[in-house]
Design a binder for this molecule. Structure first.
Ligand code: ACO
Length: 429
C-alpha cells in the first residue's frame, strides 16, 4: 500500500481513500469503504475503471502492447517454451526445473483419459450440436464424474481437479469434434506430447493411424501458449465470480467455457473467419470497411479492437508469423483468405476511423486462417481457445481460493425500476 491517498467529495463531505500500487501498472484507489462512509456506490458498467482483485499471474500493458505471464514476455515463452511449461508457470508462479517439468508432464499425461461413462453421456447430444455446447455440458459434467476432487477446502483435491482439467479438456474437445462428424472417439496415447496427442485424438481413425506433423504440432502448441491467460477478461471474471460462492472447480470452468463462447470474446476467431469468407475477395474490402465504420450498421471488423490493447496485440504478431509457417508447411501457396486478411489489415491500419479509436488486430484475426489450414472446422475454433484458456482459469480460480481475504463477488446496482407500489387484484390491472 502506498502512503498516497485519493480524496472524494460527495454530499458536502470529503473522504480519503487508500491508494494501492501494484508492481507495475496503474495505481488503484481502494473504495471498499465508500458506501459505509458516503452512502453511495460507484457505477462502472463493463468494469472500465474497476480492478476486481489483486493478482500475481498476468500483466497487460495495453498502450505498449505488452503481455507478461508471471513477468515473462509472451513472445519469449512462445518462442522458447512449450504449453505445459506455461501451464506450470501460470499455476505455480515459476518456470519448472527439468525435473519438475518431467514430473508435471508425466502427471498431466496420466490424467488424459476420461471416465468411460463420459462416452455414453456424449451419445445424448444431437449429432449437429455445436461443439461449444457439448463442451459447456461435458466440462460441467466432470463434477458428476470426479466427486473426489470437488472439496475446495482441501489443497490436494484442488490440485488434482486442476491437473484433471488441464489433462482432460483436450480429450473432451476431441470427443466433441469426433461426435459431430460421426467418427469413433480416439483414446489418448501417453507417449505423445500434449498437443500432438490432441491432434491425434482429433484426426486419427481406428482404420488408419495419424502421423503427427511436428511443425503443425509446434504451431498449435504455440497457439495454446498465446491463449493460456489474459488477466481479468470476461470468462476469467466469470470463473472467479462463480468460484467466489464456493462452487466446485469443474462447475466454475464450465461457466468460463460458456462465457468464452460469445462473439465479443472467444467466439471472435470463428466470427473473424466467417467475415473473411463473407468478404471473399480483396475488391470487396473497401465496402466492408465502410460498413464496419457506419454507426447505423452493426457490422464490426472481427478480430480487431480490444478492451485493453490500444496498440498491436503482441499475440497477433506471433499469430501472424505462425499462420505463415503453417501455410508454408502445408504447401498452401495462395490462400485467398490470407490475401483478404492481409489487405484488410493494411487498409484498416491506415484508416482514420481505426487509427483514432486505436483499433488494432487482436489474436483472433489470424488464428482462424491458421486453424482452418490445420483442418479444424470453424465450430471448433472457440473449443481450442477453451482448451488453452483452461489453465488460466484454473490458475486464477486457485489464486482466488487461496487468498485469505476472498469474499463472495456481489456487485451492487443503480436501480431504475418502479418505486414500491401495492399489489393490485387481477381484475384491476
Ligand atoms: N470494428 C469497428 N468498430 C469498432 C470495433 C471493430 N472491431 N471495435 C470497436 N469499435 C468502435 C466502437 O463502435 C466504438 O465506437 P464509438 O466510440 O464511436 O461508439 C469504439 O470503437 C469503442 O468500442 P467499444 O465496443 O466501446 O470497446 P470495448 O472495449 O467495449 O470493446 C471489443 C472491445 C468487444 C473487443 C470490440 O473491439 C469488438 O467488438 N471487437 C470485435 C470482436 C473481437 O475481435 N473480439 C475479440 C476480443 S479478443 C479476445 O477475446 C481474445
Amino acid at each position: 500500500m502506498s502512503s498516497e491517498t485519493g480524496t472524494l467529495t460527495f454530499g458536502g463531505k470529503t473522504t480519503e481513500f487508500p491508494v494501492k500500487q501494484g508492481t507495475i501498472g496503474p495505481a488503484v484507489m481502494d473504495i471498499g469503504k465508500l458506501y459505509a462512509s458516503t452512502g453511495a456506490f460507484t457505477y462502472d458498467p463493463g468494469f472500465m475503471s474497476t480492478a476486481a482483485c489483486e493478482s500475481k499471474i498476468t500483466y497487460i500493458d495495453g498502450d505498449k502492447g505488452v503481455l507478461l505471464y508471471r513477468g515473462y514476455p509472451i513472445d519469449q515463452l512462445a518462442e522458447h517454451g512449450d504449453f505445459l511449461e506455461t501451464c506450470y508457470l501460470l499455476l505455480f508462479g515459476e518456470l519448472p526445473t527439468a525435473a519438475q517439468k518431467a514430473d508435471f508432464d508425466y502427471r498431466v499425461t496420466r490424467h488424459t483419459m476420461v471416465h468411460e461413462q463420459m462416452a455414453r453421456f456424449f451419445q445424448g447430444f444431437r449429432r449437429d450440436a455445436h461443439p461449444m455446447s457439448v463442451m459447456v455440458a461435458s466440462v460441467g459434467a466432470l463434477s458428476a464424474f470426479y466427486h473426489d476432487s470437488t472439496d475446495i477446502s482441501d489443497p490436494s483435491q484442488r490440485l488434482i481437479a486442476s491437473m484433471r482439467m488441464i489433462a482432460k479438456l483436450p480429450t473432451l474437445a476431441a470427443m466433441a469434434y469426433k461426435y459431430t462428424i460421426g467418427q469413433p472417439f480416439v483414446y489418448p496415447k501417453n507417449d505423445l506430447d500434449y498437443t500432438s496427442n490432441f491432434l491425434r485424438m482429433c484426426y486419427a481413425v481406428p482404420c488408419e493411424d495419424y502421423k503427427v506433423n511436428p511443425v503443425i504440432s509446434r504451431a498449435l502448441d504455440r497457439i495454446f501458449i498465446l491463449h493460456a491467460d489474459h488477466e481479468q477478461n470476461a470468462s476469467t471474471s466469470t470463473v472467479r465470480l462463480a468460484g467466489s460462492s464456493g462452487a466446485n472447480p469443474f462447475a466454475c470452468i464450465a461457466a468460463g467455457v460458456a462465457c468464452l463462447w460469445g462473439p465479443a470474446h472467444g467466439g471472435a476467431n470463428e466470427a473473424a473467419l466467417k467475415m473473411l469468407e463473407e468478404i471473399g475477395t480483396v475488391d470487396n474490402i473497401p465496402a466492408f470497411v465502410q460498413r464496419a465504420k457506419d454507426k447505423n450498421d452493426h457490422t464490426r471488423l472481427m478480430g480487431f479492437g480490444h478492451r485493453v490493447y490500444k496498440n498491436y496485440d503482441p499475440r497477433a504478431r506471433i499469430m501472424q508469423r505462425t499462420c505463415h509457417e503453417v501455410l508454408t508447411e502445408l504447401g498452401i501457396k495462395d490462400d485467398p483468405l490470407l490475401d483478404v486478411a492481409m489487405e484488410l489489415e493494411r487498409i484498416a491500419l491506415s484508416d482514420d476511423y481505426f487509427i483514432s479509436k486505436k483499433l488494432y488486430p487482436n489474436v483472433d484475426f489470424y488464428s482462424g486462417i491458421t486453424l482452418k489450414a490445420m483442418g479444424f472446422p470453424t465450430s471448433m475454433f472457440t473449443v481450442l481457445f477453451a482448451v488453452a484458456r483452461t489453465v488460466g482459469w484454473i490458475a486464477q480460480w486457485k489464486e482466488m481460493i487461496e487468498d485469505p481475504g476472498q469474499k463472495i463477488g456481489r456487485p451492487r446496482q443503480l436501480y431504475i425500476g418502479s418505486p414500491e407500489r401495492d399489489y393490485p387484484p387481477i381484475g384491476k390491472r
